[in-house]
Design a protein around this ligand. Structure first.
Ligand code: NAD
Length: 524
């Protein structure tokens, strides 16, 4: 009988045009891919880092030669504008590859530890980084290229094999990612791209022996996967949802703050985990801030970016449109006002377009302020001072990123440290995902662990400590068998020597310790 392969069909959310198909893999494919990856990783993991860098670096050639094609594919598959695709997906990917290629060797170097106590003066310890083996990566549709790309690069440079599953909604981008890494001559089976429905992917990865899981997606799925991972204690990094707050201080540059709020809140049609969702504006500048925000939001162009002349593209999924509409309806029913709204393209052939909407008279009883809306909606509240802004910003179960807008950078830094979020930007927002050197990850239910930067790179390896003894002629430690009263009183003396406030007791402790030092050098 002919083997009929299931296909995921992909459509342009803005036009409904069919873009292509992606074959669906099975759980058996996952098992095979992981087994193959495990065997090849044992060789890859032992390769010198510079050799791994040499093999991976040419991916940048693929990126530069195919940048326009990748931008177009991202735009058509996900709905975002090509400028969003270029600025927030392709450029960060190029910068990430350059950064990790440059620093992989430094990050993987042994780290020597300073001795902690005179008691162990004969010990010299260092931490070496050991790759995990096979890293499983599951990624979402909102940044379908940049998010998995840097994780793949870090994982491979750190000596791991990778099995990747990208979102079903953006398979055309996923298949391009696959091509990126096929462009370089990696050992067969070191990197495997699989297309699986989400609901079976997590179990398939975790039951078939991946050594660590990097998941980016919703809080609900993250919680499910963590529970599942606990069965074998598979380590996880979870990059989950955000409901980011932006605090606009009384001395903020209003032009900049309005521009930043709009870009970070509305680009990618607001479907950014680290995008602005809630804005708290000091009462002294509330009015001019809102006037400018209204003028600029109403001027936004929303449509399909065939000619690169729209600011906001299409929403990726109907499910997300439903969530956004639910949040707006809930807010209006509870007393919110639509303060400003843009128009959408009147071309009847374009779908999945939502107007950018600014809501006022909002409260923390409304879904739009409590939950992640993940759409082109900004809820704005007037606050009387910084303390109120901080209290409201932190009134959330999520804590991915946040921002403070002020001309006084010292003051802004103090406020930033009071926001409970994994990354806080001053006079900017969202862009730090593109800084390869800054760790990315959230507080609270926004996730666990970090990707990006040195901390993110460290997540791709596990620390192994090697403790060396520099007295090879020593026969034993002072406290080894056989035990005696003398050993006990010497160790008790040592406790005094190390911790007593009294000089006399410390000296006495030292003398008592000296009584068992010869044990080092005598046979038992
Ligand atoms: P989602 O959890 O539904 O899906 C994300 C990925 O997980 C997709 O590939 C999906 O197919 C897969 N998936 C779904 N169920 C699964 C399961 N049971 N086991 C394994 N994989 C499964 O999330 P979504 O709604 O598609 O994505 C949007 C969410 O992702 C938002 O909450 C957003 O904030 C979050 N996100 C977070 C970050 C971050 O860096 N913190 C980045 C991007 C998106």
């Amino acid at each position: 009988m002919e083997d009929i392969k299931m296909m995921t069909e992909c459509f342009n959310p803005a036009t409904g045009e069919k873009l292509g198909e992606s074959p669906v893999n099975t759980v058996e494919d996952v098992a095979r891919a992981i087994q193959k990856a495990k065997s090849i990783q044992t060789i890859w993991g032992k390769m010198p880092v510079r050799e791994r860098v040499r093999l991976l670096r040419p991916v940048r050639q693929f990126l530069s030669e195919h940048a326009d094609e990748i931008a177009e594919t991202i735009s058509r598959d996900n709905g975002k504008t090509r400028i969003d695709a270029m600025a927030t997906e392709i450029l960060p990917a190029i910068m990430a590859l350059a950064y990790y290629s440059k620093y992989a060797k430094t990050f993987l170097k042994d780290r020597h530890l300073k001795a902690g106590s005179i008691l162990f003066a004969n010990k010299r310890s260092y931490i070496r980084r050991e790759s995990f083996g096979v890293i499983g990566i599951i990624s979402p549709w909102n940044y379908p290229f940049a998010i998995p790309f840097s994780e793949i690069v870090m994982a491979l440079l750190a000596g791991n094999a990778v099995v990747l599953k990208t979102a079903s909604e953006t398979q055309m981008v996923g298949r391009l990612l696959e091509k990126c890494f096929q462009f370089v001559e990696l050992p067969q089976g070191l990197f495997t791209y699989l297309n699986l429905p989400g609901k079976i992917a997590g179990d398939a990865f975790l039951e078939n022996g991946i050594d660590k899981l990097f998941f980016t997606g919703s809080v609900a799925t993250g919680k499910y996967l963590m529970k599942k991972a606990s069965e074998k204690l598979t380590p996880v990094v979870l990059e989950l949802g955000g409901n980011d707050a932006m605090i606009v201080c009384e001395d903020a540059d209003i032009d900049r703050a309005v521009g930043g709020a709009m870009w970070a809140g509305l680009s990618n049609a607001g479907q950014s985990c680290g995008g602005v969702e809630r804005i708290y504006v000091h009462e002294k500048i509330y009015q001019p801030f809102m006037e400018l925000l209204k003028e600029k939001v109403e001027a936004l162009r929303i449509g399909y970016d065939a000619d690169i002349d729209v600011e906001i593209g299409a929403m990726t999924t109907q499910r997300q449109i439903d969530t956004v509409n639910l949040h707006i309806q809930d807010a209006l029913a509870k007393g919110a006002t639509i303060f400003a709204q843009s128009k959408i393209s009147d071309n009847p052939n374009y779908h999945h377009l939502l107007p950018a909407t600014v809501l006022t008279d909002v409260t923390h009883e409304m879904l739009v302020m409590r939950d992640e809306t993940f759409g082109p909606v900004l809820g704005v509240m007037k606050v009387k001072d910084d303390d109120e802004a901080i209290r409201l910003a932190n009134d959330s179960n999520l804590g991915l990123t946040g921002s403070v807008w002020s001309k006084n950078r010292r003051h802004a830094k103090k406020l930033a440290a009071r926001i409970h979020a994994g990354a806080v930007t001053i006079n900017d927002h969202l862009m730090s995902h593109g800084l390869a050197e800054t760790p990315w990850g959230g507080f609270k239910e926004s996730g666990i662990g970090r990707t990006h930067g040195r901390l993110g790179f460290d997540e791709m390896t596990q620390p192994q400590v090697i403790i060396n003894d520099i007295l090879p002629f020593a026969k034993r430690q002072m406290w080894w068998y056989p035990y005696s009263v003398k050993i006990y009183s010497s160790l008790s003396g040592l406790a005094q020597m190390l911790a007593s406030k009294s000089f006399f007791k410390r000296v006495k402790g030292f003398i008592s310790l000296m009584k068992i030092v010869p044990r080092f050098f005598t046979k038992w």
